[in-house]
Design a protein around this ligand. Structure first.
Ligand code: SF4
Ligand code: SF4
Length: 399
């Protein structure tokens, strides 16, 4: 059984977040996982240069409290990420992390240059350009955010590692691993090669709806801490109302031996940051009905069912049944960024005139959702073609 701490933290008050982390560090004996003097990279999920209120990135108060707790273990800290959309320095600044790091003397790691690394243990994914800031560290701490994700259903700890790959190679990987199952294998190999020493998930305010970039902040009130990133994601999944077994990334990571996703195998301790008391202990399965937010707005289609269907019936299913990106013309500013972001060659999206709403060729679309992720105004949503709604038995619930 793996052990995860769920700290009840109602908002980003430093006087709640700090004791939550120190309580979790004590309960997990985090000190045993580090050696004094080690160089440790803090890897926040910095998808884009947006302010903390958007709930796209981990909150700076969590970043600061985590950095303080790690510095207390006599570690040398650096931080960084390779954002999907913006430059690393701009993303860190907008997220409020640069100010914290400068104040605490935490160096910004090099996420602009990379070195091609051969993965000794890679099964499906054997080589990638890894940020030199990652390679310079003795280990990394995964600081992720709980959010919905059009491709994977949710994003948290396992997907956060994608950001250690630098630059345009990330987009190309969507083409190299075009379906969810192969993408999940790739993420598992990446996590196996660069296992985090510790994972902290900011679910104090999560993101629901049109995530991971343009969703709606949703107050959940949890800071989730542990050594097993798969189990951390399983806890996040349960909060969102998923059965972790329906999420291909988690199922694949569990099968690859990277951690546990089955709620019956995850031991959780509930810790109240306000009182400093442990308020419950048991398996995630025991607590799932208590933790689940039934009205959490998430992608409605069963991902495992759709992946299976795509494998069996191929492009026909993909074209007519599988969910797909769609542009809301009333919101679209015709900026063309989605066209540029599409990694498929020739591009699936095209703009006939500079002032036209881009149009899709769904038969060639690999459903990577890079376009949906990059749209600066949240104009791209995920919709089900009507036969897909019949197959999945559900209607999409998000706007
Ligand atoms: S990125 Fe968004 S706003 Fe810009 S053209 Fe594409 S859909 Fe329209
Ligand atoms: S159109 Fe969008 S979802 Fe389809 S392949 Fe291009 S970026 Fe990916």
């Amino acid at each position: 059984m793996t052990h995860i701490i769920l700290c009840r933290v109602k908002d980003y008050d430093p006087f709640l977040v700090r004791p939550a982390l120190s309580g979790a560090f004590r309960l997990l004996n985090v000190i045993s996982r580090f050696q004094p003097g080690e160089n440790i990279l803090l890897k926040p999920n910095l998808l884009s240069a947006v302010s903390p209120e958007r709930a796209v990135t981990p909150h700076p108060v969590v970043f600061a409290a985590l950095a303080e707790a790690l510095a207390g273990l006599d570690l040398k800290l650096s931080y960084g990420d390779s954002p999907a959309i913006s430059q690393p320095a701009a993303a860190a600044r907008m997220a409020g992390l640069t100010e914290v790091a400068d104040r605490m003397g935490i160096a910004q790691a090099d996420f602009s240059t990379s070195t091609s690394v051969r993965f000794n243990q890679g099964v499906h994914f054997k080589e990638a350009p890894i940020a030199n800031g990652v390679l310079a560290a003795d280990g990394l701490v995964n600081l992720c955010k709980l959010k919905t994700h059009a491709l994977t259903g949710m994003t948290g700890a396992v997907k956060n590692l994608f950001g250690i790959i630098v630059g345009p190679r990330k987009a190309q990987l969507h083409v190299q691993y075009p379906d969810l199952q192969s993408f999940a294998h790739m993420l598992s190999d990446l996590n196996r090669e660069f296992p985090p020493r510790l994972t902290v998930m900011d679910a104090i305010v999560a993101m629901e709806g049109n995530g991971p970039m343009n969703g709606t902040p949703r107050s959940c009130g949890w800071l989730i801490i542990g050594f097993d990133p798969v189990a951390i994601d399983a806890v996040g999944a349960v909060i969102m109302g998923y059965d972790p077994d329906d999420l291909v990334v988690l199922k694949t990571a569990q099968r690859a031996g990277l951690g546990l996703a089955d709620p019956g195998t995850i031991r959780i301790t509930l810790f109240d940051a306000e009182t400093g008391e442990t308020t419950g202990q048991g398996s995630l399965k025991d607590y799932s009905s208590q933790l689940t937010m039934p009205d959490f707005v998430r992608p409605a289609v069963s991902r495992s069912l759709m992946t299976l269907a795509t494998k069996v019936a191929g492009p026909l299913i993909k074209r007519h049944i599988m969910e797909r990106p769609a542009i809301r013309p009333d919101v679209c500013t015709r900026c063309g960024q989605c066209v540029k972001a599409c990694p498929v060659d020739p591009k699936v999206l095209s703009q006939k005139q500079p002032d036209a709403v881009p149009a899709y060729r769904y038969d060639r679309c690999i459903r990577c959702y890079c376009c949906q992720e990059i749209c600066p105004v949240g104009s791209i949503i995920v919709e089900s073609a009507w036969p897909g709604r019949l197959v999945s038995g559900s209607l999409r619930t998000k706007g």
